[in-house]
Design a protein around this ligand. Structure first.
Ligand SMILES: Cc1cc2nc3c(=O)[nH]c(=O)nc-3n(C[C@H](O)[C@H](O)[C@H](O)COP(=O)(O)O)c2cc1C
Length: 182
């Protein structure tokens, strides 16, 4: 009975990787690092697999990368306003290690978008004027981050009954699901 919801989640997420207007295209990634203070930021969903492995692109000097190296457990939050549908995902984050794969993906990124990964100074460095950002010419700090989901919570607000379900997966085993009191 819960299969339908899981399939809907995967299908909507996949659609968001191809459609910039889909509300799941942008999601909130929460990390903690060693300080235990949660840090949230919006990122773009680049890919998602049937097993709920998420892919994002980032700068390897960014705080989120430092955080996941310190503590690899992260949370993702997606929200689809027209259906009042929220997805909360807990997972394990890690970076792509295959340099050739990173180089291949880098080649596919447009010149305009590459600027996000080639600032001379580290992201977050203080500057006097937003127009005074310098860019590197022959090198980049692009990397690929993956998040492997181990828990998914689906919540849809609707009348007469809200729908709340949890899907859990231990290691490579199948997803276990149950409805919950909303
Ligand atoms: C609409 C939007 C999309 C964004 N997409 C990404 C992204 O895909 N990857 C990324 O690293 N940062 C992205 N950012 C910037 C992050 O939200 C964040 O400010 C930046 O990565 C620095 O975060 P950190 O210091 O916590 O690592 C995006 C911001 C906005 C507003």
């Amino acid at each position: 009975m819960t299969d339908h919801f899981f399939k809907k989640v995967v299908s909507e997420l996949k659609e968001a990787t191809e459609n910039n207007d889909h509300p799941f295209r942008y999601f909130t990634l929460g990390t903690t690092g060693i300080t235990k203070t949660p840090r949230l930021r919006t990122v773009v969903l680049r890919e998602v697999s049937d097993e709920l492995k998420f892919t994002i692109y980032t700068d390897k000097r960014s705080r989120k990368v430092t955080h996941i190296k310190e503590h690899n457990e992260v949370c993702l939050l997606f929200y689809k306003h027209d259906e009042l549908l929220q997805l909360k995902i807990e997972g394990i984050a890690y970076l792509e290690e295959d340099k050739e794969k990173i180089a291949r993906v880098w080649k596919s990124i447009s010149e305009k978008s590459r600027k996000d990964y080639i600032t001379s100074k580290e992201p977050g460095t203080k500057i006097d004027n937003p127009d005074n950002v310098e860019y590197l010419e022959n090198t980049n700090h692009f990397t690929i981050m993956y998040i492997k989901a181990k828990k998914l919570e689906y919540l849809q607000l609707k009348r007469p009954n809200h729908i709340r379900l949890q899907f859990n997966r231990e290691s490579t085993k199948d997803w276990q699901s149950s409805f919950m009191v909303p």
